[in-house]
Ligand binder design. Structure first.
Ligand code: SF4
Ligand code: SF4
Length: 167
C-alpha cells in the first residue's frame, strides 16, 4: 500500500475527476465479476491504511459531508447533551431532499478545532461506519466508494491500489 498523504476535498475531487472514466469502467467490471476475495483484499487495505493514517490529521468527512442520522442517534445525542430529542432536532437537524435527518450545517457542529469529535462515544452510526471500506459484500457499494474518493484520502488510495489488482 502506498503511503497515504492528507489531501483536501478540493484536491481529491480534482484527482478523482482525472481518472473518473477509467475508474468507472473498472468498477463496473468488478461489480459484474464479484470476485470472492474482494472483501478480504479491501478489508486488509482498510486495516493497514487506518493503522497508518490518523483521521485527526484529516476530518474531511466531518467538515464536508456529515452523517445521515437515525432517530436512535438523535435520542442518544440528546441524552448526552441533556436536552430533549425535539430540542436537539430544532437546534441541529434539518431534513434533506431524500427525507433524511442531517446536520443543518457543515462542518459538523460537534467537530472541535483540533479535529476531535465532542460526542465521539455517542457519535451517529453513520460516523462509526464511514468510509465503509470494511463493509461485507463490498461489491455492493462500489459507486458510493467512488464518490467517497472525493472526500476521503484513505478511500482514494484504496481504490487506486485495487485498480492495480488483476481480478
Ligand atoms: S474517514 Fe477518511 S475522510 Fe474521514 S477523517 Fe478519516 S481519512 Fe479523513
Ligand atoms: S458527530 Fe463527530 S464523527 Fe460525526 S461528523 Fe460530527 S464530528 Fe464527525
Amino acid at each position: 500500500m502506498t503511503i497515504i498523504e492528507y489531501k483536501t476535498p478540493e484536491e481529491l475531487k480534482l484527482l478523482t475527476d482525472k481518472t473518473r472514466w477509467e475508474t468507472n469502467v473498472f468498477l463496473k467490471k468488478l461489480k459484474k465479476k464479484k470476485p470472492k476475495n474482494l472483501d478480504d483484499i479491501v478489508h486488509k487495505m482498510h486495516n493497514e491504511a487506518f493503522a497508518e493514517f490518523d483521521c485527526l490529521d484529516c476530518a474531511n468527512c466531518c467538515k464536508t459531508i456529515g452523517p445521515r442520522l437515525i432517530f436512535k442517534d438523535i435520542e442518544r445525542l440528546a441524552k448526552f447533551l441533556k436536552i430533549k430529542p425535539s430540542e436537539f432536532i430544532d437546534q441541529y437537524i434539518k431534513v434533506d431532499e431524500d427525507n433524511d435527518y442531517v446536520f443543518k450545517d457543515h462542518p459538523c457542529p460537534f467537530l472541535l478545532p483540533d479535529n476531535y469529535c465532542l460526542v465521539y462515544e455517542q457519535r451517529p452510526k453513520a460516523c462509526r461506519e464511514y468510509p465503509h471500506t470494511n463493509r461485507k459484500r463490498f461489491y455492493q457499494i462500489l459507486q458510493l466508494t467512488h464518490k467517497n474518493c472525493e472526500t476521503c484520502p484513505v478511500v482514494f488510495n484504496i481504490i487506486k491500489d485495487v485498480k492495480n489488482i488483476d481480478f
